[in-house]
Design a protein around this ligand. Structure first.
Ligand SMILES: C[S@@+](CC[C@H](N)C(=O)[O-])C[C@H]1O[C@@H](n2cnc3c(N)ncnc32)[C@H](O)[C@@H]1O
Length: 201
């Protein structure tokens, strides 16, 4: 699709995507990556959190938008996925000081991160716990910081009220909660699988 390919992916990103396919791990779409990169650049985001490293596709897009002294903290329960992501970071020539890869469950790692210390938080893992992750992310963000939730349209299922399976219902509920939350300015971008942005007031 034109929007998804508007900012093309280079060889490093394509190889990271290939590793994801080999490991059976999903990646954010190129259109989602380009949107996140632009948001990171607009924020001059020096401190970013990613929930769900995967093989580093989202990480690479985020790092490209961040200033060169910015640090990405990225969390994943699968050590093998993070190992593949580190390969991608090395291929992209990213200094090791720019990434903090934390192995572990997001619900256990996020509470350990500092309040109000982050410019951008991407949630891209563990849909059943999206509500908890979103709440933790709002705690981590400084005013003007951005919470980004990938998969917010769940392949079109969220927009169809007839679809009521558990995961879709959770994702739909989180979207509506953020839409109505006085603490944020929300927007749903129709890139990839749906990218919900909520800017902390
Ligand atoms: C959709 S993939 C992430 C894609 C990645 N952001 C990218 O674009 O390349 C989801 C990742 O989240 C990890 N994951 C699943 N549940 C998790 C949890 N509770 N805490 C941390 N990571 C989790 C999986 O191992 C997987 O690597």
């Amino acid at each position: 699709m034109y929007c998804e390919d508007f900012v093309p992916e280079d060889e490093v990103l394509l190889r990271a995507r290939g590793r994801a396919a080999e490991l059976g791990c999903a990646s954010i779409s190129a259109g989602t990556g380009a949107a996140l990169s632009a948001v990171a650049a607009a924020l001059r985001a020096r401190a970013v959190v990613e929930v769900g490293t995967g093989t580093g596709v989202g990480s690479l897009w985020l790092l490209r938008g961040m200033p060169t002294d910015g640090v990405l903290t990225t969390i994943d329960i699968e050590v093998e996925h993070q190992r593949a992501a580190k390969t991608a970071f090395a291929e992209a020539g990213i200094r090791s000081t720019r990434t903090r890869t934390i192995p572990g469950r997001a619900s256990e790692v996020l509470p350990r991160l500092t309040d109000g210390a982050y410019d951008l938080v991407l949630v891209a893992a563990d849909k059943p716990r999206y509500a908890d992750h979103a709440e933790q992310a709002l705690r981590l963000l400084r005013p003007g910081g951005v919470l980004a939730i990938d998969g917010a349209l769940a392949r079109g299922r969220v927009a169809d009220p007839a679809v009521r399976d558990e995961t879709t219902t959770i994702v739909r509920h989180v979207g509506r909660q953020l839409r109505d939350d006085e603490r944020v300015v929300p927007a749903m971008l129709p890139v990839g699988d749906g990218l919900l942005l909520a800017v902390r007031r």
